[in-house]
Design a protein around this ligand. Structure first.
Ligand SMILES: [Zn+2]
Length: 421
């Protein structure tokens, strides 16, 4: 998502990480394996220790990863910044071919990679095919703004930080070795298609055999655990700059909102169970503009949404208020006027009749599904599901005042409450 193709290859940038708490620095197999390899690269032990201290303390800024090179600004303990680069040999085209052949021979590897997972066996299997993914002695070449001619605390800190990046995404290792995730997956797809072509169409499996195999299949994986917070999308703060026509801040905002949405959908699925989850209608572009605007974008993104949605700045602000009171249903009440007829009208009238005592009932005038109080800037809107939505006139415009109620008197009382800030 944060990969810009600058022609020479792909660059990914990872936001700076907070200081590492607790004992473990690298939490996954990939992070730990990287650290083991790092400690075996014959980097000076003192530099490694100094680097580890800096990396743990959060002194490494955003890390940019490109084929053959990682870069970050690393701060000394006195906050002096140094640009540190570490170069790692890219795999040759021939080595990549061998690697892809190896992966393609093992169906499990391809399936996992296409699922954006990196099986831990990959390192060993690649090694057997003569391809070293992890760095060996002398493989990590330092360049640092501090002027050191060999590894210094800054380049060592950068190397340590890579362990944390690999925790987040082990594909970073393959990118350092020269292949971005997309190029790799494309190549695997191409190999899969080619081998499918060679062996002809699949012949199928006997149904009884397939059914019997169900018993020996591994059980389904555990339900995922809901992370405490939505993930933080990768940083777009990169040297390469976005391609023409890409608005980096808008893209960063979209990525962040997508993470929030994914988190809430996962939370909902875990709460309600996958089966019970009702299929949600695909949001329209108009709806989505309001949903995004409700996510508190910066001014520039908000202005684009206001223009793109055709609502204008004030109109969008009102739509966002509606959204916060009840999502798509509230937005429909804001935008749609519909004629109440037949049974719905009879029910609406009965509800209005019984909501107040005779002497307290406000005088209402009605038009379509809207009932306005005579002599007061408040209105009730009826939604098709029979709920009443309070509206209030502010600066000449009807705006949603609160969430809906089944009872018109309750709804009207919340419309008459203190204006929103
Ligand atoms: Zn340095």
């Amino acid at each position: 998502m944060n990969a810009y193709d600058d022609g020479a290859g792909v660059e990914r940038t990872f936001a700076a990480l907070p200081p590492a708490q607790g004992r473990g620095f690298a939490r996954t197999w990939w992070g730990r394996t990287w650290l083991t390899a790092l400690e075996g690269t014959a980097l000076d032990t003192r530099q490694l220790k100094a680097g580890r201290r800096l990396a743990r303390a959060g002194a490494v800024g955003a890390v940019s990863v490109r084929p053959g090179r990682i870069t970050a600004v690393v701060q000394d303990r006195d906050r002096t910044p140094h640009r540190a680069d570490v170069l790692l040999q890219e795999l040759s085209g021939e080595r990549w071919d061998r690697f892809l052949d190896m992966a393609a021979e093992r169906a499990g590897h391809v399936a996992a990679l296409l699922d954006r997972e990196m099986p831990t066996h990959l390192v060993e299997d690649a090694e057997l095919a003569g391809v070293e993914l992890l760095p060996g002695p002398g493989d990590l070449e330092p360049e640092c703004g501090c002027g050191a001619w060999d590894h210094c605390a800054h380049t060592a800190a950068l190397c340590y930080q890579v362990a944390r990046l690999l925790d987040q995404d082990p594909f970073v290792l393959l990118l350092m070795r020269g292949r971005g995730e997309q190029a790799l997956l494309d190549a695997l797809h191409a190999r899969g298609d080619a081998s499918a072509g060679r062996s002809g169409p699949a012949e199928g499996v006997d149904a009884a055999e397939a059914y019997a195999a169900g018993d020996i299949l591994p059980s389904l994986p555990e339900m995922p655990v809901l992370p405490p917070e939505p993930g933080i999308p990768p940083s777009f703060d990169t040297e390469a700059g976005p391609a023409a026509g890409i608005d980096a801040s808008a893209l960063a905002f979209l990525a962040a909102r997508t993470a929030v949405r994914a988190h809430s959908l996962l939370a909902q699925a875990l709460r309600e169970g996958y089966e019970e989850r009702a299929a949600q209608p695909e949001p329209s572009v108009a709806l989505d503009a309001v949903r995004l605007a409700a996510g508190e974008p910066g001014r520039a993104v908000a202005d684009r949404l206001a223009e793109g949605s055709g609502r204008g700045r004030e109109g969008l602000a009102v739509a966002v208020r509606a959204w916060r009171h009840g999502g798509p249903a509230a937005l429909a009440v804001l935008d749609e006027e519909w004629t109440v007829r037949g049974d719905s009208l009879a029910r609406a009238r009965a509800a209005l009749e019984s909501a107040w005592e005779e002497d307290e009932r406000p005088v209402l005038t009605s038009r379509a599904n809207r009932w306005t109080v005579v002599g007061a800037p408040v209105q009730l809107r009826l939604s098709r599901d029979g709920r009443w939505w309070p509206y209030r006139k502010e600066r000449g415009r009807w705006v949603p005042a609160a969430g809906p109620a089944q009872d018109p008197a309750t709804a009207l009382a919340s419309a008459q409450g203190a204006p929103e800030q």
